[in-house]
Write a new protein. Structure first.
Length: 585
């Protein structure tokens, strides 16, 4: 700082007073200058110093800020550019990997060897997860055959490779005797040959469809004296009394459409070859009318299903052209429920325009037990209701890892293989105890399956943070993690299922038929199809031949007036001799 005393280094200002009209002696002038200099110089100096200091400081700060801003901006820009470049490169690599996986899976579905169906038919079962069932290698087949395929009383037929399977013993036999001409039965020695035995071979034969007309002749009697009106023999009770269709015709129609998947238009052409005009509109009316008559059996099956300890449920698309207020191309749905032990399997279809949560809530109203589904979120609300315990399907969880394995580099094992090996161990426990009692299976699950589940959970926790969620493996990990609490619940009991395959096996015939007939014309037709599919699939699940059971039911249904009478017509209450009688009538 500048001293407040006079600063000798500062020049004394020269003041010319003559210009002001003032005349002073030099000595007086010097005294004045000294006085002014002594009084003013410290203040001026301080002021100047302060102004200069502020100006220099401002200039230096501005220059420094400019330099710092430029450096920071350059560093930030460089960092942003590097980050953007890295992010773009990572995103491009990730997108390329996604596209590669999609192409690899598409090629595999189209050209690959199939042990889990890769067809569009199979994909319809997995709409909830947007996961298509995948092919597996031959050594990776862990899907268990459905336990309800045949009743326990009917052991599976096995035969050696290359050996012809014997024709069914229940088929009628027609003996055709082949004799040696009499002239060839004379021995060279001149002695007539005698019969010492025979050799029997069987040949499958089919008698083409026979079309005939049944003439119902109703006798009329009257009193000769005309005391009372004539009496006419009653007309046989019919499911469709106002048509000329016999029970056999109706049973055949239902079988070719709902079991064999033949569209009504094609059956119309089949009948036309025999000279019978049977328009598809007439067939449709017969089907709807028959379904109305079969409704009591459907209701009884639903009561039995809701009394089951666990239910499988799934849904698939169906198109109905004439739905009020909807476009013909709009998608509706067939909801499918299955339940019941072997020999008493129940399969129920239900048509609805919606896939919303209100549908399973309606179909499961009053139910208390376990519900097995895929990962579709529409089941979440019903699973929150009191009395319903929700299970998740291990087959669906596994399919994501099958997809991840399919897009791995050939010949290299990856993380997907590790998980598939663990899941295979779970299914081995189930396969080893398929014939065990529920208590034995529960014990096996607790001793063997629970440790495997613990290992799977640890593997899942280890790999979740390090796998990109957009990749197939990441999607499989996320699916398993999201549904984990429901996936592990099957070990709570010995009778609970590990997956939802039974309902998928039951829904498949509908999808196969839909490929042929494509859509339903009206809502009434869709409801009728749901009822008839339910009955024929339940009959098949109970080990009955659908046509013979339908014929038996159609013969006896018009006579049923009580709940007990309808109960006797359910598949597990019908015996082989009953079906044989219906076929021979």
């Amino acid at each position: 700082m500048v001293s407040k005393t006079a600063n000798p280094s500062i020049e004394t200002p020269q003041i010319d007073l003559s210009k002001l009209g003032v005349s002073l002696s030099n000595e007086a002038m010097q005294h004045i200058v000294d006085a002014v200099t002594t009084a003013i110089t410290p203040t001026v100096a301080n002021t100047l110093e302060s102004q200069i200091e502020q100006k220099v400081r401002a200039e230096l700060e501005a220059d420094y800020d400019a330099r710092v801003d430029a450096a920071v901006q350059a560093a930030v820009t460089a960092a942003i550019d590097a980050a953007v470049e890295a992010a773009v490169e990572a995103a491009v690599k990730e997108r390329i990997q996604e596209l590669y996986e999609q192409i690899a899976l598409a090629r595999r579905r189209m050209f690959g060897r199939s042990s889990e169906s890769m067809s569009g038919q199979a994909r319809l079962f997995d709409e909830a997860d947007a996961l298509a069932p995948q092919t597996t290698e031959a050594d990776d087949q862990i899907e268990l055959p459905p336990q309800t395929e045949k009743p326990a009383s009917q052991p599976a037929q096995t035969h050696a490779r290359g050996k012809r399977t014997a024709l069914p013993a229940e088929l009628p036999r027609v003996d055709i005797v082949h004799e040696i001409p009499e002239q060839d039965r004379l021995c060279a020695c001149g002695t007539p040959m005698i019969e010492i035995g025979e050799e029997v071979s069987e040949q499958l034969d089919i008698v083409p469809m026979q079309v005939r007309v049944l003439r119902h002749i109703r006798k009329r009697y009257a009193c000769p004296d005309k005391v009372q009106p004539p009496v006419l023999a009653p007309k046989p009770a019919q499911v469709l009394p106002k048509t000329n269709a016999s029970p056999r015709v109706i049973a055949t129609l239902l079988t070719v459409k709902y079991v064999d998947g033949l569209p009504l238009a094609r059956f119309e052409k089949v009948m036309a070859r025999w000279g019978i005009e049977l328009p598809r509109q007439t067939q449709a009316r017969w089907i709807i009318g028959t379904a109305d008559g079969l409704q009591p059996l459907f209701n009884l099956l639903q009561d039995h299903l809701l009394a089951s300890p666990f239910i499988h449920m799934d849904e698939t698309r169906v198109q109905v052209l004439k739905e009020p207020g909807r476009d013909p191309s709009a998608q509706s749905y067939m909801w499918v429920r299955t339940a019941g032990p072997p020999g008493r399997k129940i399969v129920l279809y239900e048509y609805d325009t919606s896939r919303e949560a209100r549908v399973p809530e309606r179909l499961l109203e009053g139910y208390r037990g376990y519900l097995m589904t895929d990962g579709y979120a529409g089941y979440n609300s019903v699973s929150k209701k009191d009395g319903i315990e929700h299970l998740a399907c291990w087959a669906h969880a596994r399919r994501g890892f099958v997809e991840a394995k399919a897009v791995q580099a050939k010949g290299k094992a990856g993380k997907a293989d590790e998980m598939l090996a663990l899941i295979r161990q779970l299914y081995k426990v189930e396969a080893d105890h398929r014939q065990s009692t529920d208590d034995e299976r529960l014990q096996a699950r607790q001793m063997s399956s629970v440790p495997i589940l613990t290992e799977i959970r640890a593997w899942l926790d280890k790999n979740l943070p390090v796998v990109l969620p957009s990749h197939k493996l990441g999607q499989a990990l996320a699916y398993m993690d999201n549904h984990w609490s429901r996936l592990v619940r099957y070990v709570e009991r010995g009778d609970l299922p590990i997956d939802n395959n039974p309902v998928e096996n039951s829904i498949r015939p509908f999808v196969v038929g839909r490929k042929a007939w494509l859509f339903s014309d009206t809502q009434a037709g869709a409801h009728a199809s749901a009822i008839i599919y339910s009955l024929v699939e339940t009959a098949k699940g109970c080990g009955l031949e659908p046509y013979s059971w339908l014929l038996h039911v159609l013969n006896h249904l018009p006579l049923a007036k009580t709940a007990d009478a309808y109960e006797k017509l359910l598949p597990w209450n019908v015996h082989a001799q009953d079906l044989a009688t219906a076929l021979n009538d």
